[in-house]
Design a protein. Structure first.
Lengths: 332, 332
């Protein structure tokens, strides 16, 4: 009988998930049941959101102890009892951290039909990251030509897309990132107008200098002290997109920070949380739009790839240490 | 020569403005110049927002040291060189804390034409408070039938209108207030479905019990610990209207509180600041709507009146101590 290799969650972390919260296991593959599809995974995704799935039992995508780690993957159908998916189809979906997934059709996010683009992109610039960037920037940020758009984690999977998409909309883009290597990528690969290294620059002075007319759109993946500085410089009518909280190691109990109410009030600013799952109805149309931008070389990307299932367990913690440059992927 | 009695700002408070920040003065009235209107004030308004006008030089309506205290008033024209305003017209506008205001037409917010309603209402339920409540609830809160709407300062000038307007929209209303007298007013005068005394109840348990399906709209005038509790119970897609920050004595430096980012993210909630000055285009239409609700006895109000200009200087601090029941007014 063929074997499946899986990464199982063995305890619920309160902070950043590390190798100690997972276990690599082999298990036999049962015979395929009616209504099931079997997918051989080629690419696994590693996302900052995984911390929330693991840490919080009330999270929108909570993973239970004992389950295979939840993740988006790209793979090819090797066996199917479902008429809409055939052997050889390449799919992106919730197949989990394992070599071979046996799933129902609901797990499939999309069939990958484009053959001119690398399949791994459907986990990054054409997947959760890119579509999150495009949908949130568009629907919550409502950027107008000439707006100053500030992006935290500017070189990251989501941030790098936000910066580039904002440029296509005629905005000035200001990126916040954490190393000189990433500063260089922000300028050279992602076309930011201005980049701030928040580990070496005086962030408050740097934001003020980079945004003389204030910040119209702030796309935040960090929370914490970086955000506290940006919030001080919001323009009247600013839109703050709360897309992630990467700089806060634990929310139990919630950490303290400067209250934002007075800023929101005096600037008549809006701060709003975004989760892509709420926007399934527009997912496919944003994929098509971004595919075209990739083909037109208006949307570029970086991938940070490691080989082998075993490299996944430490990868979430690496993200939170800022060690990745671009979309973090596991190649099987 | 006739005399004018004025309240002048003599120092900029960092916290709550008190009698020590103002000075009562008499001064002669100069001859009316072309383009000016002279209004004899009958009613002066006292508003929580005044703290911000005084404390923060960058506030949208900052008052400088040496100026007559900025305030909305109702008065009657006694002399005019402007064709649109005639002797005997009753006006509501920015006439300041003084017995007799000499102003340009820009200071006028509206001419009061209804003769069947008490003029003081145009400083309360038909003025800044009522129109703030109606505009912010409608445009930022987007209440839907069946929504649970939570209101802080539930018995106050703005809050009491919000509660009643939300009821007319088919919402369940939950009020937060600070004394048994105000709890009674919330139930009997303002028709709240549920009222919480945040000084005596366990606020967290009380909100949970009053809002079993979560809070859809939170209309906040307080910031601070009351808000911290309400925020914990936001429903998915909740709208938080930041209309005031009455429970925070000073924003310099900004006080610390639990960070809200994770709540906004997981609940896909929106938090937005509101200032009525941004919505002048719809002011008159909301006045008309509320006049009709008052006539139909669907919108009631309480007024807390003291007599004499000298009673104004301590009145802001009284508001912040929660000593008023209803709209705080000075009758001249």
């Amino acid at each position: 009988m063929p074997e499946n290799e899986v990464i199982r969650v063995i305890s619920r972390p309160t902070g950043i998930p590390g190798t100690e919260h997972f276990q690599l296991e082999k298990q036999p593959l049962a015979e395929l049941q009616p209504g099931q599809i079997r997918v051989c995974n080629e690419w696994l995704s590693v996302d900052p959101a995984m911390r929330g799935w693991l840490a919080d039992a009330n999270n929108y995508a909570s993973v239970k102890v004992g389950e295979v780690m939840r993740s988006l993957c790209v793979g090819t159908v090797i066996e199917s009892t479902v008429s809409t998916y055939n052997k050889g189809d390449r799919l992106m979906g919730w197949f989990g951290w394992q070599t071979c997934a046996t799933v129902k059709p609901e797990a499939v996010v999309q069939k990958i039909t484009a053959t001119d683009l690398p399949p791994s992109l459907y986990l990054g610039v054409l997947g959760l990251n890119g579509i999150t960037a495009a949908t949130a920037l568009d629907k919550l940020g409502s950027p107008r030509q000439g707006d100053t758009v500030v992006v935290s984690t500017a070189a990251g999977g989501v941030g790098s897309c936000v910066g580039q998409l904002a440029k296509t909309m005629g905005c000035r883009t200001v990126g916040l990132t954490s190393s000189s290597e990433k500063v260089q990528a922000c300028y050279e690969a992602f076309g930011y107008d201005h980049v701030i290294n928040y580990k070496t620059d005086n962030i408050d002075q740097a934001i003020k200098a980079a945004c003389p007319d204030g910040v119209n759109v702030y796309f935040d993946n960090t929370s914490g002290s970086i955000s506290d500085s940006v919030m001080q410089h919001l323009a009247i009518g600013a839109r703050v997109i709360v897309c992630g909280t990467a700089s806060i190691p634990s929310w139990d109990p919630p950490p303290m920070g400067p209250r934002v109410n007075r800023i929101l009030l005096t600037r008549r600013a809006r701060m709003e949380g975004f989760i892509l799952f709420d926007h399934q109805d527009t997912y496919a149309s944003y994929v098509e739009k971004l595919e075209q931008l990739v083909r037109d070389k208006k949307l570029t990307y970086r991938e940070h790839i490691t080989d082998g299932l075993h490299t996944a367990t430490g990868a979430i913690a690496q993200l939170y240490r800022g060690e990745n440059l671009g979309k973090r992927l596991i190649r099987l």
